[in-house]
Design a protein around this ligand. Structure first.
Ligand code: SF4
Length: 83
């Protein structure tokens, strides 16, 4: 049984090409709200941190995982914002 609250919501959890910062903030806030009701949030967050995942997982954005010390291999969005 798939209990993930994000089932069918891929567009909310992964960015489209050339997403603008304001659109990213809005999309990630929606994703965060979905994650807050998810029964597998902790497992999901740990998996994403351990596997250097991209996108929004376990209530965290790529940037939040990066800032928590779980570095992405090629953090495109983070690099773009820090230039
Ligand atoms: S915690 Fe993970 S499985 Fe649950 S809604 Fe968020 S991204 Fe999906």
């Amino acid at each position: 049984m798939n209990v993930a609250a994000c089932r069918g919501l891929t567009d909310v959890f992964f960015p489209p090409a050339a997403e603008r910062p304001q659109a990213r903030e809005r999309r990630e806030q929606i994703a965060r709200t979905v994650c807050e009701s998810c029964p597998v949030l902790v497992t999901c967050k740990d998996f994403a941190r351990d596997h250097h995942e991209y996108g929004f997982w376990g209530g965290e954005s790529e940037e939040q995982r990066h800032q928590a010390g779980f570095h992405l291999i090629a953090p495109i969005g983070i690099r773009a914002r820090s230039n």
